[in-house]
Design a protein around this ligand. Structure first.
Ligand code: GLN
Length: 484
């Protein structure tokens, strides 16, 4: 944790008891932002005035004896693909220039109802497509642990904001790894919940069958508390699970005695840095020492995850992004005919990676190719689900690296395929709709390593129990103070 920074649950307890004012908490975080933001660039916009006003309102309500909620006075940073009423939401794209959402995403309303205070909108790879936050139209975010390196992506701004102590918690979105990989690179906790556990209403869609909103935090407890606040059925999202969300926080101290943990063989070899697999094995040993049974398990179809994802995700994106036509949202480049106006607007408004995905997806869905590409990818998706199901008959949770390497240098990766390989360990869970999270566990040459804990659908409780045990056993360097 950053020097002097407090956890979200500590802040909320102090604000609720009246021993600390929300205004002083917000001022302290805004001061930290002012100091280090120029070297990190976590934010597209810092909403300082609105945050101060919201904090004053929390303080007024505490003084009046109201129950202000479990995140009372806690600053939070929001990925800039979450709609915020009256505050520009850009997806770090020129195409949304000037667009201001007329409503709050469900998660944003739930946070406000729980007493949390948004301090701003964080930078991302344009439309959440990328693994380094270098695809932002507004310039890259830098990793607070080493500002010559990327924070990961696409939720790099949200991960960096937490790692830099700008806010104790933040929200990202994860379609193929965009919460877990930046969490690993920045040395924080990142959670991709079960598909349907958190409402997507007001999350600007990338690939709707894969997208999920989830927490970043410096501690497993904070991540669990934040997930409890945002989870639960929402009639505004047709894919939202119509059941009460599980209570997680009350199980964090249950330990791992008797839990069965499987290390995924296919994610421990080719393409993964030996230093990273070494940390995963140390994490597994720590779980065994804490009473879990640990074995290797083969989940063969995960090796096809990347190929299936890069057909399914672009196919859905090409359809979702058709709405940015220069008519309804943001940027319009005028031209002689409507068709030319749409072409000119999309040409000027989208960056290279987004254009690449739209072309890939349009091709994969086109007549004559649909069965060969999109249809085949959907079948592979089913195989991945089956192989996970077989593994979860024998294991409560699975373990793997979160990312194949630690954070790389800004500008180091030019080739899109090399960039896509960052997500080989995270993508399979998105395709299956399962939860997974990244927990910091040790370092390699001073840079954080993340261990990924995977669980079956709605397996958040065992997943968090294992995460809590890993956090307790992790070397102190895992959450070293930031240097910038
Ligand atoms: N890096 C992956 C991609 O570029 C995943 C992105 C995400 O999870 N939003 O598609």
């Amino acid at each position: 944790m950053t020097a002097g920074a407090q956890s979200a649950v500590t802040i909320a307890a102090e604000v609720r008891s009246g021993s600390r004012s929300a205004s002083s908490v917000v001022d302290e975080h805004l001061a930290r932002i002012e100091g280090a933001e120029p070297s990190v660039h976590a934010f597209n916009e810092v909403t300082a005035d609105a945050a101060r006003a919201a904090a004053a309102e929390v303080d007024r309500r505490v003084a009046a004896g109201d129950d202000v909620g479990p995140l009372a006075g806690v600053p939070i940073a929001l990925k800039d693909n979450l709609c915020t009423l009256g505050v520009p939401t850009t997806c770090s794209s020129r195409i949304l220039e000037g667009w201001v959402p007329p409503y709050d995403a469900t998660v944003v309303s739930r946070l406000a109802a729980a007493g949390a205070i948004s301090v701003g909108k964080t930078n991302l790879d344009e439309f959440a497509m990328g693994s380094s936050t270098e695809n932002s139209a507004f310039g890259p975010t830098r990793n607070p642990r080493d500002t010559s390196r990327v924070p990961g992506g696409s939720s790099g701004g949200s991960a960096a904001a937490v790692a830099a102590g700008f806010a104790p918690i933040s929200l990202g979105s994860d379609t193929g790894g965009s919460i877990r990989q930046p969490a690993a690179f920045c040395g924080v906790v990142g959670v991709k919940p079960t598909y349907g556990l958190v409402s997507r209403y007001g999350l600007i869609a990338f690939a709707s069958s894969l997208d999920q909103i989830g927490p970043f935090a410096t501690t497993v407890h904070d991540a669990a508390q934040l997930l409890e606040v945002i989870a639960g059925h929402d009639p505004y999202d047709a894919t939202s699970i119509p059941e009460p969300a599980p209570s997680i926080v009350e199980h964090l101290d249950d330990g791992v005695q008797g839990l069965r943990v499987g290390i995924v063989t296919e994610l421990m070899g080719d393409g993964i840095s030996p230093a990273v697999t070494a940390r995963v094995r140390e994490a597994a040993d720590a779980l065994a020492a804490a009473g879990a049974t640990v074995e290797e398990v083969s989940v063969p179809a995960v090796t096809y995850g990347l190929s299936a994802y890069y057909l399914i995700a672009p196919a859905e994106a090409s359809s979702n992004l058709a709405r940015y036509d220069g008519v309804r949202y943001g940027l319009r480049v005028d031209a002689a005919t409507t068709n030319e106006m749409m072409v000119a607007s999309r040409t000027a408004g989208f960056g290279d990676e987004v254009k690449r995905r739209i072309m890939l997806g349009t091709y994969a869905l086109s007549a004559g190719y649909y069965d060969a590409f999109y249809g085949k990818a959907q079948k592979v998706r089913t195989l991945i689900c089956r192989d996970f199901e077989a593994a979860y008959e024998r294991f409560d949770v699975l373990l793997s690296p979160t990312a194949p390497t630690t954070a790389f240098e800004v500008g180091a990766i030019h080739d899109p395929l090399t960039m896509y390989l960052n997500d080989i360990c995270t993508i399979p869970t998105n395709l299956a709709g399962h939860p997974a999270m990244s927990v910091p566990f040790g370092t390699d040459e001073g840079l954080p390593v993340g261990v990924q804990v995977l669980a079956p659908s709605l397996g958040e409780v065992p997943m968090f129990r294992v995460a809590a045990a890993l956090e307790a056993a992790a070397p102190a360097s895992s959450t070293a103070e930031v240097t910038s």
